[in-house]
Design a protein around this ligand. Structure first.
Ligand code: KG4
Ligand code: ZN
Length: 384
């Protein structure tokens, strides 16, 4: 079976073709057109602009995914699309395209939950590439291991921070969630305070390594990056009951620490702070915040593992799972007790391949296709 998968829940227009294969779905193509360059100029996503960009990109992206996979409509058996959660206008473009194509080409249509697709990204591996000029190729099968059920998933994205128990391929239960901001949102907001571009996650990770956007610090020598000191500023850990999170206090704590470091009062406007900061201060704030966020997430995963001792694997999912400090901190604390699975970096952000993977697992587990005339979108909905 070959499936065309479409993803437009936020600011990436993506399509992929996957074949059902063992030991894992085979990726025949994976095309992602990002709108990051547009939104870097605005400092965040503008939903109406995102929807319009999806409208322009969606058909060329689908055509490209089919061409890269060497497929035409006769060789596609099904279509999958993200229908929840996400930005309303963005979801609308992807689902309308998928519904129309399903009707036009008479293909079964599968509706996929965005967070499930992020979780299934850990079941994907890109095929081994031959090493140029050598007879050897990386023997991927020797290293690749899929997550084992039951899974404890840490979903960390721009819109969500959740701990999810996954007992089976279609059995998900949210056991912890953020009570305010998502951790990715916190990265994005703190990046703004520090004068770093959108998206904030990669910008903060770079700044913590002493790497800044070109031209940001005139007196800074980029050939000698000086990593930040994560212990220079004390940032508090929130006390939140059970397996829940809170990140809005951490964002305010960084704001107050920056104001105090610069000798400014607490009513000093946050958008006027960045030009007053030195490269050293930005690197230290970025490193301190990144490590604190990683520690908070890791502490909750330690508690979650104690509460769910049958867990065979931890799966880290969503855009923030690309963060290397988070990966190291989780492994340091937990790798001796449980297998920890991270998606390949190219599958951490939004993409079509993970949507196809989720749909293929759902189809195998008896999930029925949805009527293309009646597929609804839901900007907010919990994983079930
Ligand atoms: O999953 P995703 O691509 O989109 C949503 O479903 O929200 O996640 C986007 C989020 C953004 O907040 C972005 O700043 C964050 O993931 N992010 C990172 C990194 N790369 C992306 N956060 C921390 N470190 C990174 N390397
Ligand atoms: Zn996402």
């Amino acid at each position: 079976m070959k499936i065309l998968a479409i993803e437009t829940s936020c600011d990436e227009t993506a399509a992929a073709v996957l074949a059902d294969a063992e030991p894992r779905p085979q990726i025949l193509s994976n095309v992602v057109v990002s709108q990051i360059d547009i939104f870097a100029a605005f400092g965040g996503v503008i939903p109406e602009v995102a929807a319009r960009s999806h409208l322009e990109a969606i058909l060329p992206v689908i055509d490209r995914a089919l061409a890269d996979a060497d497929c035409n409509w006769d060789s596609i058996d099904a279509i999958a699309v993200t229908h929840t959660p996400g930005l309303l206008g963005s979801l609308l473009i992807g689902t309308l395209a998928a519904r129309t194509l399903a009707i036009l080409h008479d293909k079964p249509l599968y509706a996929v939950h965005h967070l499930k697709s992020h979780i299934f990204a850990s079941w994907l591996r890109d095929e081994p590439k031959p090493i140029a000029g050598s007879a050897d190729s990386l023997d991927l099968e020797q290293f690749w291991q899929p997550p084992e059920l039951p899974v404890l998933a840490l979903v960390v994205s721009g819109g969500h921070t959740q701990i999810i128990v996954m007992k089976d391929y279609n059995d998900f239960e949210i056991v912890g969630t953020t009570r305010d901001d998502a951790v990715g949102e916190c990265f994005d907001k703190i990046a703004k305070i520090l004068g770093l571009p959108y998206p904030g996650g990669p910008a903060i990770a770079n700044a913590a390594q002493g790497i800044f956007p070109s031209g940001r610090f005139a007196d800074y020598d980029p050939s000698e990056p000086r990593p930040g000191d994560p212990f220079r500023y004390h940032l508090p850990h929130p006390h939140v009951a059970d397996l829940d999170f809170s990140f809005s206090g951490l964002k305010t704590a960084v704001l107050r620490a920056v104001q105090s470091e610069l000798g400014q009062p607490i009513n000093f406007p946050s958008h006027q702070l960045a030009p007053l900061l030195s490269a050293r201060q930005v690197a230290d704030f970025a490193a301190g915040f990144e490590q604190t966020a990683a520690d908070i997430l890791t502490e909750k995963m330690v508690a979650a593992l104690e509460k769910y001792p049958d867990t065979r694997s931890i799966v880290v999912a969503g855009g923030v799972s690309a963060n290397q400090t988070l990966r190291h901190t989780l492994c340091e604390r937990l790798a001796d007790s449980v297998r920890i699975c991270f998606p390949e970096l190219k599958f951490t952000g939004d993409n079509g391949a993970m949507v196809g993977a989720a749909a293929l697992f759902e189809i195998k587990n008896g999930v029925a296709p949805i009527d293309p005339y009646h597929l609804d979108i839901m900007p907010r909905s919990a994983i079930v």
